[in-house]
Design a protein around this ligand. Structure first.
Ligand code: FRU
Length: 488
């Protein structure tokens, strides 16, 4: 009997992980995923005492969305993540929706108990669609959390969609500023103590894209290193209404005067932080060292996020990206680059040879540069032995980058998944640069030094194990690629 039980135990533990030493199908290696269950938006991003905290929308009991918790993980290098116990559980005021966290250095909230400053989280309570803003705090550097006993700290003024507070410290006015998404616009609130909030302004009812509800705002300054000019950037996720269907994140460039945001562009201008279908609800870390603006997004789309064919968990985050501001021929623009910490994943470096299948293990970083004065189509294809293929390239006639996942493996879980995504090119140089990060089930394209980004997930039935740059005239392409591997 004992023997049978033991055999059954071994069988079940092996079948859960495929084979003992293999990796679950579709589970990325270096992108953050929850240990099991459902995940959506990143929340509470804050750097404190050498540690990056990543909280996230989480339903541990199922692989579809449900009563929202805040899952929690930490990292010292943005590459290796350690899972911590769930930080916030739903309670009688509702599910715990998205929000942010700050370090209350001066104990403005009065919530400090011992000798170290409290971490304070502001989040949305959602009770069957009725939304208020709640507060929780930690007096042990973010390890354990307690809800404020006078929650909510902001009541609902009669709005259905009233959520996702992103708070930061505004040094000039010595106050806390909150950006809040309210249906079709962003509202700004101010506080001296994180507990009492007054509304100071709003932005956006007639600006940008309004194909869907506005969610998950983030407001921060970025400085163009070349000119020294600083602009305020307002990120706004919208769902649906993205450039390739479903969820996506737009941004605005302008000014913030301590009370409200004003946009430099005409109201009709729409800018996308990422044109791909799978980068949503992303926000940036508060207090990142060296004034860096580090972003992470949910690498999925509400169109099909709950249907994707991963088994024990659902969805990953994008790689952490550093945002910057640069001036192009058509004015300022935000660009994104994978954080340099990810170089730690690089193993062997190789030259890319064109027209020849190159073997790899499903994880790679490619840095390709295509010369448009030479004839041919800038393109790279990822393939496996099942004839599944993922194509990424630049269409010179329409001046657009594309990701074609129509034959990339399992696509039939949603009729909104398959197909080709496009992104207009913003740069106008003769060299088209395509920097790609591939990790089993996702590709992130940073084109033209991150001026145009595209992120897409895919589900080959067997990992892609070779790629090819099918360009006839090899003088068109220069490039290197790295094998990527994570130390455990
Ligand atoms: C965005 C979002 C947020 C909300 C959360 C709920 O993906 O809809 O607006 O707070 O997800 O899980």
């Amino acid at each position: 009997m004992k023997r049978i039980v033991l055999m059954l135990l071994i069988f079940f533990s092996c079948s859960r992980n495929e084979t003992p030493d293999s990796h679950e199908l579709h589970r990325p290696y270096f992108h953050f995923t929850p240990p099991s269950g459902w995940m959506n938006d990143p929340n509470g991003l804050v750097y404190h005492n050498g540690v990056y905290h990543l909280f996230y929308q989480h339903y541990p009991d199922s692989t579809v969305w449900g009563p929202m918790h805040w899952g929690h993980a930490i990292s010292k290098n943005l590459v290796n993540w350690e899972h911590l116990p769930i930080a916030l559980y739903p309670d009688s005021l509702g599910y715990i929706f998205s929000g942010s966290a700050v370090v209350d250095e001066k104990n403005t909230s009065g919530l400090q108990k011992g000798s170290i400053p409290p971490l304070v989280a502001l989040f949305t309570y959602d009770k069957q669609g009725f939304e208020t803003q709640g507060l929780a705090f930690s007096n042990d550097d973010g390890l354990t959390w307690q809800k404020y006993d006078k929650n909510p700290v902001i009541n609902n003024p009669g709005e259905k969609d009233f959520r996702d507070p992103k708070v930061f410290r505004h040094a000039e006015t010595e106050s806390w500023i909150m950006s809040l998404a309210v249906k079709d616009h962003i509202e700004f609130y101010r506080s001296k103590n994180l507990l009492q909030w007054e509304k100071t302004g709003e932005f956006g009812r007639t600006y940008g894209s309004h194909g869907g509800v506005w969610e998950c705002p983030d407001l921060f300054p970025l400085t163009d290193v070349k000119t020294g000019i600083t602009k305020w950037i307002l990120l706004v996720s919208i769902n649906p209404g993205g450039p390739n269907g479903g969820s996506a994140t737009q941004y605005f460039i302008g000014k913030f005067d301590g009370q409200t945001f004003t946009c430099d562009d005409d109201s009709t201008v729409v800018r996308w932080l990422d044109y791909g279908p799978d980068n949503y609800a992303g926000v940036t870390w508060n207090n990142a060292p060296g004034n860096r603006r580090i972003f992470i997004g949910w690498m999925s789309n509400w169109n099909y996020g709950q249907l994707v064919p991963s088994r024990t968990w659902r969805s990953a985050m994008t790689v952490p990206r550093e945002l910057g501001l640069t001036r192009t021929a058509s004015g300022f623009s935000v660009y994104a680059q994978p954080v340099p910490e990810l170089h730690a994943l690089r193993r062997a470096e190789h030259q890319v040879q064109t027209g020849k299948a190159i073997s790899f293990n499903g994880r790679a970083e490619l840095d390709l540069s295509f010369d448009l004065s030479v004839e041919g189509e800038p393109q790279v294809e990822f393939q496996n032995s099942k004839n599944e293929v993922l194509r990424i390239g630049f269409d010179r006639t329409s001046n657009r980058f594309y990701i074609d996942r129509s034959k990339s493996g399992t696509t039939n879980f949603s009729d909104k998944f398959s197909g080709i995504s496009y992104a207009s090119r913003l740069a106008d140089l003769q060299q088209v640069k395509m920097h790609l990060i591939v990790d089993v089930a996702s590709v992130e394209l940073f084109a033209d030094d991150g001026l145009t980004c595209m992120t897409a997930i895919f589900f080959p039935t067997e990992n892609f194990n070779r790629f090819i740059v099918p360009v006839k005239n090899s003088s068109m392409v220069t490039g290197t690629w790295f094998e990527l591997e994570k130390d455990n």
